[in-house]
Structures are given as structure tokens and as C-alpha cells.
Design a protein around this ligand. Structure first.
Ligand SMILES: Cc1cc2nc3c(=O)[nH]c(=O)nc-3n(C[C@H](O)[C@H](O)[C@H](O)COP(=O)(O)OP(=O)(O)OC[C@H]3O[C@@H](n4cnc5c(N)ncnc54)[C@H](O)[C@@H]3O)c2cc1C
Length: 296
């Protein structure tokens, strides 16, 4: 591809290693990496990609991604620092897509608004959460999202109501249409700050106890298969702690694949295939990855 097409962008790099941008610390180089500076910047990038038929991937905090060792073709557009504004309107919060869910939940706490406690411990961004309909414990984005600001792959700007986001379990329309999330509006309720804080702290402690947060990972590797828990099936299939060249099924939480250090993406992929086969052979259940596996 002709990298010169992107020369006008201020915050640009070539052959950027994706392992520096993912919580798994895995992934080879992408042709072009752009730090989004604003809406017009994004529109320009989208238009070039459309015209020149260049693949475009949007990156949030990289906490749900497994990217090939060989890297990625095309452009990675990072929605980060320039999209972290947040403000209150009545009982709503409006937050930029680059804001972390942690900061979003902390802002809600400061404002005495309840409804986002579940999001506090999820390590992604608002944009990633809109893409994945992120959720934890008793909460999920679908319950609190009122509107989302999107840019289509044609460069059009849309404001989409929460009920039109096609939210489902770890799914939204963003996955189908490849649109870019710019911001989201959350409808919250007045709450007791002490109770909000206690709930956030309780959920965080549950995470610390159950999840291998001390290792690089992308969180739960597999979607919950209907009627089962992925971690339980993996455990019962004898895969707890299974190790392959630096990649391991966590001893602490079998739903997590962790990078113990030195793993490559291919090693994680091999381990995933082993586990999928063991669970299928044993229980006849297909484990589908929740983590987005991308790249060359
Ligand atoms: C330790 C750990 C614990 C986790 N716990 C949970 C949990 O409890 N619940 C849960 O749901 N998830 C959990 N996750 C997974 C992850 O944090 C969520 O899926 C999160 O929503 C991903 O956000 P992100 O910004 O990191 O997205 P990324 O990983 O950067 O991207 C994920 C997908 O979203 C797309 N995307 C990102 N930003 C945008 C945007 N602005 N516009 C359009 N598309 C975009 C990407 O193209 C990609 O397809 C966990 C991960 C880790 C590492």
C-alpha cells in the first residue's frame, strides 16, 4: 500500500508494533498507525481507506484483541486521548469514546449517579465497550446506553439511539458495519455515593480474587456458551493450567488465557485450538472466542 497517502496526518507512525498497544502484549507491525486527533481527522482517514480500499481497524485500549505475530495490513486508527471529554447533562453522562471505563465510572461516582458501577473494573474504553456491549456481574452497557455518536465507513456522522445499536451478548451493530464510535450518552439515576462506592469496591475485590490480573491477557477468551460457563467446561476437560510455549490457561480462572512471558500469538492460538477440541470432544460444546482475533 502507498503509505504516502497518510503523510498529512500529524500523529502518524509506520510499522508500529501492535504488541505495544494490546493488553496481551502480542501482535506484529501494522502498515500505518494514526492517533485520532479529532472528528475531521477521522473522517479524512476513513475516506482515504474507502477510496484506496485500505483495511481499517479502530483501536481502543486493546484489551480485547489478539493480533497476529505477522501484524496487520492497512491502517490502525487509535481513538484515545483526543476523545476523553466527559460531562453531565441532567442525569446523563456524555463521554468520549477514548475515555476509560474506569474514569467513566469514577466520574459517575463523583456526580452521585448510579448505573455504571459494573463498568469500573473493565479495562477497556467507552468505544470498545460500545462495540462489545461490555458487561460484568449484573450490568451490561445495553442497560444504560441512551445514544451513541458514530461515524460510518462513508464518513457520515450518525447519532444512534441505544435501542438501535443492536446490542446483544458481547455484540453491537459496530461489529457488523465497522462504524467508528466517537462518544456515548449514558442514562443514569441519582444514587447514594457511599453505596455506589461500596459496590464498585466489592466488584473490584471479586475480580482481584478470581482473575489473574497479574498477567498479560485479554480477559475472558471465550464467550459463555448457552447453558454453560466456559471456564467450568475448560476445567472439567482437564485443561486448567495447560501450558504451551509461554501461553497458559490460567490456574486461577480457566476462562483466561494468559501470557506468562515469551508467548507469541501463534502459541496462544494453538492453545485455544487445543482447548476448543478438548471441550468439543468431551462435552460436544463449541467454544467461540470473545476476544477479537485479527491480522495477517
Ligand atoms: C483483565 C481483563 C478483564 C476484562 N473483563 C471484562 C469484563 O468483565 N467484561 C467485558 O465485557 N469485557 C472484559 N474484558 C475485555 C475488554 O476490556 C472489553 O471487551 C472492552 O470493552 C474492550 O475495550 P477496548 O477499548 O480495549 O477495545 P479494543 O480491544 O481496543 O477493541 C475491541 C473491539 O472494539 C473495536 N473498537 C474499539 N474502539 C472502538 C471505537 N471507538 N469505534 C469502533 N470500534 C472500536 C475494535 O476495532 C475491536 O473490534 C476484560 C479484559 C481484560 C484484559
Amino acid at each position: 500500500m502507498n503509505k504516502d497517502l497518510f503523510q498529512d496526518f500529524k500523529n502518524l507512525s509506520f510499522d508500529e508494533e501492535m504488541k505495544n498497544h494490546t493488553s496481551f502484549q502480542l501482535g506484529g507491525p501494522v502498515d500505518v498507525f494514526i492517533e485520532g486527533e479529532g472528528i475531521e481527522d477521522i473522517r479524512k482517514a476513513v475516506e482515504i481507506c474507502k477510496k484506496e480500499n485500505i483495511p481499517l481497524m479502530v483501536l481502543g485500549k486493546g484489551t480485547n484483541l489478539l493480533i497476529s505475530d505477522k501484524g496487520m495490513d492497512g491502517l490502525v486508527l487509535h481513538i484515545g486521548e483526543a476523545f476523553t471529554d466527559i460531562h453531565r447533562e441532567g442525569q446523563d453522562l456524555v463521554a468520549g469514546a477514548g475515555l476509560s471505563l474506569k474514569k467513566l465510572a469514577e466520574f459517575a461516582l463523583k456526580e452521585g449517579l448510579t448505573g455504571l458501577e459494573f463498568a469500573h473494573g473493565i479495562p477497556g474504553s467507552v468505544g470498545g465497550a460500545m462495540t462489545m456491549n461490555a458487561g460484568a456481574y449484573d450490568g451490561e452497557c445495553v442497560q444504560v446506553v441512551k445514544e451513541v455518536g458514530l461515524m460510518t465507513r462513508d464518513g457520515d456522522y450518525l447519532v444512534v439511539a441505544g435501542e438501535d445499536m443492536d446490542f446483544a451478548y458481547r455484540h453491537s451493530r459496530i461489529q457488523d458495519e465497522g462504524s467508528i464510535c466517537l462518544w456515548a450518552r449514558f442514562a443514569l439515576k441519582e444514587g447514594d455515593p457511599k453505596a455506589i462506592q461500596e459496590k464498585m469496591e466489592d466488584l473490584w475485590q471479586r475480580r482481584v480474587q478470581k482473575q489473574p490480573l497479574e498477567y498479560a491477557s485479554a480477559g475472558s477468551m471465550f464467550k459463555r456458551p448457552p447453558g454453560h460457563y466456559a471456564g467450568q467446561l475448560i476445567d472439567q476437560a482437564g485443561c486448567r493450567g495447560l501450558y504451551h510455549k509461554g501461553a497458559q490457561i490460567s490456574q486461577k480462572h480457566c476462562g483466561f488465557v494468559i501470557n506468562r512471558g515469551g508467548a507469541r500469538t501463534q502459541d496462544v492460538v494453538d492453545l485455544i485450538h487445543t482447548v476448543q477440541k478438548e471441550v468439543k470432544d468431551r462435552f460436544g460444546v463449541d467454544l467461540e472466542t470473545e476476544v477479537r482475533v485479527l491480522g495477517r
